[in-house]
Design a protein around this ligand. Structure first.
Ligand code: GTP
Ligand code: MG
Length: 458
């Protein structure tokens, strides 16, 4: 086997934040600005992600040249994970961390920190994902004079002293909150050491102010601190299953984020399934059809022969019905390695699925990522876990909880995230009087249980 081709891939950037703080608007703005200006080398849609190429980054950051004449973009672009939501973010799990190289934590500067902001910070901390804070909606600060698509540093020159002091007040509010969570933070242009201090970039996703700085900062930080991590080569693909989806005419497919190597049609791969590892072969690799060639009689996807990291791709293959979102995805390099890769996958997954302590709560979730997020939240609060698994709440889960209830009633409960309680279980729940907490927002699920737990303890 000769020399392998290597290249620097796009950093994978996740956008997180509380509901309505402007995550989608931010990505739409980045996309829209580039489209409106008819920039060459357009932004490409991937499954579950989109890539802003270097050429577009350069153009969008062009107004910064005055301030940072040495700004050179070396990365091929940025891959943004479009579908934020903590559920999906949780699925970007990788042994020992996250597939995300960096994150943008969007905070509404008027509203400040909210429950999902805290939840996001906790996940970023646990997964050791570096992040910058986009302090969004600066256009809503009293007296703000908007300047479309302008650098923040330019726009503030034209704001009144009163507006500027309101802005500073808000930023210091964020600095204080971040400090409470263990992070030193500062407005980006006052940061001396980006390894120690979280940069806050004031932006407006609506007017575009501050977006040049935000993009330049992310590009700059990834070039400076993660060059090695971004080097990939022509090796069998590694990825993570973001979602498992039924598609008309295709059956069950998986949306995969590939962070390493090359994935080809007919490659044999392993993913985790409800009943153990699944070994199957890529039937087709699907990318979203570009908007301009959308035709009535064609599907939403186009077939490709291969994809290279970093990318999001839909994989159609037989036997994916039981695949688990949040699972690792490995291409098997050769036939004699199938067992080895099954074992690796199984090991990674069983670390999450069972946390057996004799007296602890029962956790049921829809994906490996959300299950892991629940387990970590329990660990933070020192709540023991007896059983943690992906899937609906079964009669057996209730039996487990009712055994715990006898000795430790505060833990004799079931937490169910985005899954159903099966009818067979309902009956026993009523009979045994097992408290069941259900919600499809993680922090609300936890809050309900913790509230009950505190009341119980009193
Ligand atoms: P979820 O996906 O529901 O979590 O929300 P999100 O974070 O994606 O927020 P979204 O982008 O949908 O924005 C929520 C609302 O805030 C929308 O009405 C936006 O128009 C508005 N909004 C977002 N960014 C800005 C901004 O910079 N300025 C102002 N004035 N409004 C904004
Ligand atoms: Mg959104």
């Amino acid at each position: 086997s000769g020399e392998k081709k290597t290249w620097m891939r796009q950093p994978i950037i996740v956008v997180l934040g509380h509901v309505d703080h402007g995550k989608t608007t931010l990505l739409d703005k980045i996309r829209g600005t580039a489209v409106a200006r008819k920039e060459p080398g357009e932004i490409t849609q991937h499954v579950g992600a989109s890539v802003v190429p270097a050429s577009v980054l350069k153009k969008l950051a062009e107004p910064l040249r005055k301030y940072f004449p040495k700004l050179v973009i070396e990365i091929p672009g940025l891959l943004f994970i479009d579908t934020p939501g903590h559920e999906l973010f949780s699925n970007l799990r990788k042994r020992g961390g996250s597939v995300a190289d960096m994150a943008i934590l969007v905070v509404d500067i008027i509203e400040g920190f909210q429950p999902q902001t805290v939840e996001a910070i906790n996940i970023l901390k646990e997964k050791k994902v570096p992040f910058v804070v986009a302090a969004n909606k600066i256009d809503r600060i009293e007296g703000w004079k908007p300047h479309a698509d302008t650098p923040f540093l330019e726009s503030i020159r034209d704001q009144s002293p009163r507006t500027l002091s309101l802005l500073e007040e808000k930023i210091y509010g964020l600095v204080g909150k971040l400090y409470e969570h263990g992070f030193e933070a500062e407005r980006f242009d006052r940061v001396r050491d980006f390894r120690r201090t979280v940069a806050i970039v004031p932006i407006s996703a609506k007017t575009g102010e501050g977006i040049p700085e935000l993009l330049a900062l992310i590009a700059g930080l990834s070039q400076q601190f993660m060059k090695k991590r971004l080097v990939t080569s022509e090796e069998p693909a590694k990825g993570v299953v973001l979602e498992v989806k039924e598609e008309p005419g295709l059956g069950t497919t998986i949306d995969v984020i590939i962070y390493d190597g090359v994935l080809r049609r007919n490659d044999v791969f392993v993913v985790a399934g409800r009943n153990g590892p699944i070994v199957t072969r890529v039937r087709s690799l699907l990318m979203p059809r570009p908007l301009q060639d959308m035709r009535m009689h064609e599907g939403r996807f186009i077939n490709v022969d291969l994809v290279t990291a970093a990318t999001g791709v839909k994989v159609a293959a037989p036997g994916l019905e039981d695949a688990l979102a949040g699972s690792p995805f490995y291409v098997v390099p050769s036939d004699d390695k199938v067992e080895e890769y099954k074992r690796i996958t199984q090991e990674e997954v069983s670390q999450i699925r069972f946390r057996a302590e004799s007296d602890g709560v029962v956790l049921k979730a829809d994906t490996l990522g959300t299950l892991e997020a629940l387990i970590e939240a329990m660990r933070r609060e020192n709540i023991p876990v007896k059983l943690a698994d992906v899937g609906h709440v079964t009669r057996n889960d209730v039996i487990e909880a009712s055994v715990v209830k006898k000795s430790k009633p505060e833990y004799g409960v079931i937490l169910s995230f985005n899954v159903k309680v099966l009818p067979e279980a309902e009956e026993l729940i009523a009979k045994e009087g097992i408290p069941v907490f259900k919600h499809n927002v993680i922090y609300q699920l936890l809050e309900e249980y913790f509230k009950w737990y505190r009341e119980f303890k009193e």
